[in-house]
Design a binder for this molecule. Structure first.
Ligand code: SF4
Length: 315
């Protein structure tokens, strides 16, 4: 048994360690109230606590003179931002306020729980010019039986419906997800449901995991364990399907032009630079180091699974 943290105050004005020079992570809330059966965050980090909008906006404003151009608003479940605050504010409203800050050109956020992704937030994502066309929306499984065992509080049909709404509102949106295979009680038919969902949604990318029990969580008490060999086999099959889809989706971008925020020298090739599109695709291209930290326009020449190759069109 782990003691749940009771202090509801998030300390402000602590020194921040920022690894990147042009894109910054700004926490908007801590903790989580969802108690997914496989996860220990609610026990380790405590219940949801939102930072005051005033403090978040001040932090983002202070990033501008330091040269930051992109912010990622962070929380375990940003979509429930504000529910614990006295002031009447939700995450969609907060996005609108951050969007008004001059000097910040891109806004991202993570992570979103599907059950809390409101129509209002989708509309704000569509309408706010700085909010990037990328959403990480963990589905975890395509089987309703497994989703129920995970305590995710949505069905595969509701998830697919949400994706349809997102694509209708923002056709060019990049969608990524998290998927766990080998969850206790997952049978071959349940895994097929996951593969089917992956084929239907056609995610741009997925973080895939084989279930492993975390001490103190509800799922660690479940008896119907999936043998490691079976779970490992399912993981390999899932990765194969997703990689094929990722490559196909990336290939569909060849020939198109994208705005890139140049982040630095390519991690794979010291003679090239790399940056990200608004859709969070990594593009590697030849260019001088004085472009780092600037926005350029690049054309995609070639697609791989993990990155795109491009050339500068204008800078
Ligand atoms: S998986 Fe995410 S939403 Fe679920 S309990 Fe953990 S942090 Fe919360």
């Amino acid at each position: 048994i782990v003691k749940v943290e009771e202090n509801r105050i998030i300390p402000e004005n602590l020194p921040k360690l920022r690894k990147r020079k042009f894109t910054a992570f700004v926490p908007v809330m801590r903790g989580c109230d969802n108690f997914c059966s496989f996860c220990n965050v609610p026990y380790v980090r405590g219940r949801e606590r939102s930072r005051l909008a005033h403090d978040i906006l001040k932090e983002v404003e202070e990033l501008v003179p330091q040269g930051y151009k992109e912010v990622t608003l962070l929380g375990q479940n940003v979509n429930s931002y504000g529910k614990d605050l006295e002031e009447r504010i939700d995450f969609a409203h907060l996005l609108g306020l951050v969007n008004k800050i001059e000097g910040i050109r891109r806004i991202r956020f993570t992570t979103s729980h599907p059950k809390d992704l409101s129509d209002k937030l989708i509309k704000m994502m569509r309408d706010l010019d700085k909010v990037c066309e990328h959403l990480h929306l963990p589905v975890q499984s395509g089987s309703n039986k497994v989703l129920s065992g995970m305590n995710r509080k949505y069905t595969r049909e509701e998830y697919i419906n949400l994706v349809d709404k997102l694509r209708q509102a923002i056709p060019e949106i990049t969608l990524t997800t998290d998927i766990i295979v080998g969850f206790p009680g997952e049978e071959e038919g349940d895994f097929q449901d996951t593969l089917d969902l992956v084929e239907r949604v056609r995610f741009d990318g997925a973080f895939t995991f084989c279930y492993s029990p975390l001490q103190g969580t509800k799922a660690s008490e479940y008896r119907e364990r999936v043998p490691d060999k079976v779970g490992g086999g399912r993981l390999r099959r899932l990765i194969e399907v997703q990689q094929k889809i990722t490559l196909e989706r990336n290939k569909s971008l060849v020939g198109k032009k994208f705005e890139i925020l140049v982040e630095g020298v390519s991690k794979k090739s010291p003679y090239e630079l790399e940056g990200r599109t608004r859709g969070n695709k990594i593009v590697v291209f030849k260019g001088k180091e004085d472009l780092i930290g600037r926005f350029i326009l690049a054309r995609v020449l070639k697609a791989g699974c993990w990155a795109l190759k491009g050339e500068i069109v204008s800078c």
